[in-house]
Design a protein around this ligand. Structure first.
Ligand SMILES: *Cc1c(COP(=O)(O)O)cnc(C)c1O
Length: 388
């Protein structure tokens, strides 16, 4: 299906809503029935009829169709956060005694699920680097039921070879789940590469305007039906009609936003590599990136997030640099219009900062929709304050 069709037309039946161009927010908790028989049918299968908005809602439905098509998947569910998409993708497929293999340092709240919640129910997790297919094979146990991937990882940028991991998993009847937030299905198509379930934080590029927290999960209808009738409905984790409407609005421009972000990021990365205050840069499509060949094989492009290591003898110099930035702001998250930065030293007590540890001198930057020159000038004046 063509991207232009998905973003502009798919799922939109204007005659259902007064020929309005923009889909309406169907802001209702419940739906009326004309007769007992139609009510009975809805009770029998809540995934097939409008009954109550914790289940199906027409605004959310339009979004689901577009998101499923973007992922090349049979179906998609939309959640009130990326974290709930993670929770609801993992939980239905594990039971006491099962084992999961996950990439090291997955998204914080995925790791919390694996480390703090699942062990209470007898589910254990082994973390691996995941960049070598033999490692997946080596750590697979007879009770391994799930491989959890995040490629590229949003902090380390490490990649997994998606077709290879998917093929290994299929040969052992193991379910594969990927966090595809970094790329979105526009730049990486995990389902086509054989991964079973593909999730994203829609807060990032799909929303795109830093005004809405939500998540998406795409895959085979049979898997999503199972999730719908269990964790989706019991946790009430679905996206609200208003948030669905914001995401539909975000989708209209996602293609041009991503192109802009990826062009600007490459310019900023090239520029920043040449600055004397910068020791090194980690960016998936950079010529020095260790997994560049794999990145080019399975990702259409790279964009937005990169990390640079700043040269500094103490934490004060890094703080001076960050505090001096005028346009690039300090905040978590990414994928919006605004460029952002997170210094690694912000998650450490000042007293434990060690200048000889290059990770302590990491700064993760997200490039938004501003001009490359505008951002580079801001970075330059902030570097200058370090020497003042
Ligand atoms: C933000 C993020 C999530 C979680 O999404 P929320 O919408 O914040 O719940 C999951 N994975 C990655 C890689 C993220 O960056």
């Amino acid at each position: 299906m063509e991207l232009s069709y998905i973003l502009n037309e798919l799922g939109e039946n204007h005659a259902d809503y007064f020929n309005a161009v923009a889909p309406p927010i169907i802001q209702t908790s419940n739906f009326l029935f004309e007769d007992v028989d139609s009510m009975r049918a809805a009770f029998a299968d809540e995934s097939s009829a409008y009954l109550y908005s914790r289940g199906l809602n027409p605004t959310v439905d339009i979004l689901r169709q577009k998101l499923a098509a973007l992922d090349g998947a049979e179906d998609a569910l939309v959640f009130n956060s990326g974290a709930s998409a993670i929770f609801c993708s993992v939980l239905p497929f594990v039971k006491a005694g099962d084992h999961i293999i996950s990439v090291k340092a997955p998204y914080t709240w995925a790791q919390r699920l694996f480390d703090a919640i699942l062990p209470r129910f007898g589910v254990s997790t082994t973390y691996i680097d995941g960049d070598n297919i033999d490692e997946w094979e080596q750590y697979t146990q007879p009770n391994t039921v799930m491989y959890y991937l995040e490629s590229p990882n949003s902090w380390s940028y490490m990649l997994q070879d998606l077709p290879a991991v998917a093929a290994l998993a299929k040969s052992k009847n193991i379910l594969t789940i990927i966090d595809n937030s970094y790329c979105t299905p526009i730049y990486q198509q995990p389902i086509a590469m054989g991964i079973d379930l593909s999730l994203q934080s829609a807060t990032k590029y799909i929303g795109g305007h830093s005004d809405c927290v939500s998540g998406v999960l795409a895959g085979k209808k049979q898997l999503l039906d199972k999730i719908f009738h269990s964790e989706y409905m019991t946790t009430g984790a679905g996206c609200t009609p208003f948030h669905a409407w914001l995401l539909l609005r975000g989708l209209r421009t996602i293609d041009i936003r991503l192109k802009r972000v990826s062009d600007t990021t490459k310019k900023v990365v090239q520029w920043i590599k040449a600055q004397p205050e910068v020791e090194s840069v980690q960016f998936c499509f950079d010529e020095d990136f260790p997994q560049l060949a794999l990145a080019k094989k399975q990702m259409k492009d790279a964009f937005g997030l990169f990390t640079f290591t700043i040269r500094a003898n103490d934490v004060i110099a890094i703080e001076k640099f960050c505090n001096a930035l005028k346009h690039i702001r300090m905040a978590v998250s990414w994928g919006g219009h605004e460029s952002l930065i997170i210094p690694r030293c912000a998650v450490l007590p000042r007293s434990s900062f060690d200048a000889t540890n290059d990770k302590h001198r990491w700064l993760r930057m997200y490039v938004g929709l501003e001009d490359a020159d505008y951002l580079c000038r801001d970075l330059r004046q902030a570097f200058d304050t370090m020497h003042a």
